[in-house]
Design a protein around this ligand. Structure first.
Ligand code: C5P
Length: 291
């Protein structure tokens, strides 16, 4: 018995840090969007023992540190099912440590897949609750699509989907530590905040240019200066090829541009691909409704 589930990458159309909480996490307000760049997660009941994880990237941990492994374990605890002899195979396409929720999306795919495999009939909201035990982005990744995420990231409000458009993703080669970036945001006086309510209104009106103009991520302001420079360079290439807007996703370093015209997205993609191996041309993916 096996199931294969796509695990889509996510982008932050906006990301705002509202403040540090007593539990050490931060209250956030952000608009999230799934895109067609995806890992493939296959779950198989082998009849053996324990949970095993394999991926096509040799440097990824395959034990309890892997979010997919944690999700299977959380599913077992939450449902009382003995998740034993489970083989998880992840074919990675989404860049690792890139601000695009690759690991969280794999974990969410494991929860959806196990719900099928064990016929547990959990709703997307119940799966999201299990996902919150694994990581802050996992609840969103269970259903994906276009959503407002608040609180730690687990308070989700579905939003109308994006009008037809293309998104070019480009990951510069440096990596960013998530806790360090939150720390830098605490220490800094954030001067700019995204107009998230304006983005929600633009989505309701299907107004892509109004949405693109308002995309912003507060973490762009607190990166070390050389990194800010590289993010700006990529943004300028995207905008120079006709992107309506460009923004960093999550804690970075992936930058994306939003395009109304496919030809312009293709030309930005070809240009950036020459310099950055991890460049992708994608389109938005709608919310999974559990059907
Ligand atoms: O929840 P997750 O394990 O993905 O979070 C990774 C780290 O990001 C946390 O340890 C914390 O430092 C930071 N974080 C935060 N506030 C959030 C989400 C994440 O401070 N809402």
């Amino acid at each position: 018995m096996a199931v294969t589930i796509p695990a889509y990458a996510k982008l932050n159309l906006t990301l705002d840090v509202l403040g540090r909480r007593a539990d050490g996490y931060h209250d956030l307000k952000m608009v999230m969007q799934s895109v067609s760049l995806a890992d493939r997660v296959t779950l198989e009941r082998t009849g053996g023992e324990g949970i095993s994880v394999r991926t096509n990237l040799g440097f990824l941990p395959c034990d309890q540190r892997n979010l997919a492994w944690m999700a299977a374990s959380a599913f077992g605890r939450g449902t009382g099912k003995a998740v034993d002899g489970l083989a998880i195979t992840i074919e990675k396409q989404i860049p690792v440590c890139a601000g695009t929720a690759g690991g969280s999306s794999d974990a969410a795919a494991v929860l959806r897949g196990l719900n099928d495999l064990y016929q547990t009939g959990l709703t997307p909201a119940e799966l999201a609750e299990l996902g919150a035990q694994v990581g802050s982005d996992v609840p969103y990744c269970v259903a994906g699509g276009t959503a407002l995420a608040e609180g730690r990231g687990e308070r989700l409000t579905p939003l109308p989907g994006l009008p037809v458009c293309w998104l070019v993703l480009c990951k510069p080669s440096f990596s960013v530590s998530t806790p360090e970036l939150f720390h830098a945001a605490d220490a800094a006086r954030l001067r700019c905040h995204p107009d998230t309510d304006g983005v929600v209104r633009a989505l309701e009106q299907g107004d892509l240019p109004a949405l693109a103009r308002r995309m912003y991520n507060v973490f762009e302001d607190v990166l070390p200066p050389p990194r800010i420079g590289e993010i700006r360079t990529v943004k300028n290439v995207l905008l120079g090829h006709g992107a309506l807007g460009a923004c960093m996703s999550g804690t970075g370093p992936t930058v994306f541009g939003l395009f109304q015209r496919r030809e312009e997205a293709e030309s930005a993609f070809s240009c950036l691909r020459e310099r950055y191996a991890e460049t992708f041309l994608t389109c938005p993916v709608e919310r999974w409704t559990g059907a």
